[in-house]
Design a binder for this molecule. Structure first.
Ligand code: CTP
Length: 428
């Protein structure tokens, strides 16, 4: 029946205590409705791997929305519902629970004999991608913590393999090929021979043509978010899955080193500027498209269904990066500043990743770390107080102050004032 050991002790160990308590309350609320309630998905998988995963997914055999509303009341959480999908989120300050009604429609092969009716949680789990993602934990009071393993998920976790549940898995959902590689790289698991063959045959059948641009783009973004995206992209390249973006993209050593350089640049940047918003995915996309010509880049971006705003930004960025590197004079801070200032941060980072010239890399890093933050301390009011009447002259003066500061010739506000005084004497 797929019933196994009780892992409530592991849940207690691996989850923050308030989350563990909410799961117990969830079980009690489900009991009131006489619904079955299960913790499912990545959280169960990762707890069994000994890792933390605070993405809590709960499947309800019954009305998930009614359940979520009641649970929200019990624990004083906000509830949002999506009636059309029978899903809800229970949200508190520092966490959220995703709740779904067990989905029972699934593909049965035309020749299959009528089977004994499966429980709805089993059908829900059967619709999922890989065996390691089909483990569930019962939350109802009587069986709280009972591990449910219908499809050999524990065995495959132990054997470190990614295995589909049935032969049509990639045809039902081609994004699973990308997911298989992602999980495989993330956990160091191997695809089973059969799973690998199914991906190859899906590729031969051109299944990926039918994958929408948006879903393809989202899968790529998830890949870029992995700890080691370059290896995952290499694997995608090995399976020729990068050709889904554009037939001309292949994983050459050149592309590998550019992607690695993008990754290193991003790691450096995020370490220094933890809270700065930027579009990481755009940098990887730029690297993937770098070797294509303009028309091919456009075809690829159309394939990814990105907005025309992002499409133009990427196309411009690829050109801007080249121009930046061509024009950059690494030993002159004033020129570095005016070369880079005003460009989108993604273009600047891509230039930094693109160049092999260590002086230019250093110049860009100097701009990001130091130069871009330099501002005159004087404000318009200060200039007024110095008797200069407001007008276009102001911006010329500020630029002069800025340039002096860039080359370290002005340090304090008083020095700026002295400088302006001298300047205006000459100007007037
Ligand atoms: N799923 C699936 N097919 C997909 C996407 C998801 O079958 N194309 C299933 C998986 O079984 C997964 C669950 O839906 O366990 C939730 O999906 P998601 O949150 O993307 O997966 P996680 O396993 O939580 O992965 P991650 O650790 O990357 O968040």
């Amino acid at each position: 029946l797929g019933l196994g050991r009780n892992i409530s002790g592991m849940l207690k160990d691996k989850l923050p205590s308030h989350l563990y308590e909410f799961l117990k309350i969830a079980g009690a609320v489900a009991d009131e409705f006489k619904f079955g309630a299960y913790l499912v998905g990545g959280c169960v998988r990762d707890i069994l791997r000994g890792e933390e995963n605070l993405d809590i997914d709960i499947v309800i055999e019954g009305d998930a929305i009614a359940f979520a509303k009641k649970l929200g009341e019990e624990i004083g959480a906000k509830v949002t519902t999506h009636e059309r999908f029978g899903t809800a989120q229970v949200i508190k300050k520092d966490f959220k629970l995703d709740i779904a009604t067990a989905r029972t429609e699934y593909y049965e092969s035309p020749a299959a004999l009528p089977k004994v009716e499966m429980s709805s949680i089993k059908k829900d789990l059967y619709r999922r991608d890989f065996t390691i993602n089909t483990l569930a934990v019962k939350l109802n009071k009587k069986d709280f913590g009972l591990l449910i393993d219908f499809f050999g998920g524990q065995r495959d976790l132990k054997d470190k393999v990614i295995r589909v549940l049935h032969n049509l898995s990639f045809i039902e959902d081609p994004t699973r090929a990308f997911r298989a590689i992602r999980f495989s790289e993330r956990f160091g698991f191997k695809l089973t021979r059969h799973t690998e063959n199914l991906i190859r045959s899906a590729i031969r059948m051109n299944i990926f043509e039918k994958l929408s641009g948006t879903r393809l783009y989202d899968e790529l973004m998830l890949t870029f978010d992995e700890t080691n995206p370059v290896k995952a992209l290499k694997r995608l390249g090995d399976y020729e899955l990068l050709k889904v973006i554009h037939p001309k993209i292949s994983f050459s050593p050149e592309l590998e080193s550019l992607l690695q350089s993008v990754h290193d640049t991003i790691t450096w940047f995020e370490l220094l500027f933890l809270n700065e918003k930027y579009d990481k995915g755009m940098l990887y996309i730029m690297a993937l498209l770098y070797k294509l010509n303009k028309e091919e880049r456009e075809v690829a971006l159309n394939r990814l269904s990105v907005t025309s705003r992002l499409k133009n930004k990427i196309l411009n960025g690829l050109n801007a990066a080249k121009n930046i590197l061509r024009g950059l004079k690494p030993d002159n801070p004033i020129e570095i500043y005016h070369m880079l200032e005003g460009h989108d941060i993604e273009f600047i980072l891509f230039s930094m990743a693109l160049t092999n010239d260590s002086e230019k890399k250093k110049a860009i890093s100097h701009f990001l770390v130091k130069l871009r933050g330099i501002r005159p301390e004087l404000k318009g009011d200060d200039l007024k107080a110095l008797g200069i009447s407001p007008g276009p002259e102001y911006s010329r003066i500020f630029k002069k102050i800025l340039d002096e500061k860039l080359i370290n010739r002005l340090h304090t506000k008083d020095e700026e004032i002295e400088f302006v005084k001298k300047l205006t004497k000459n100007l007037l």
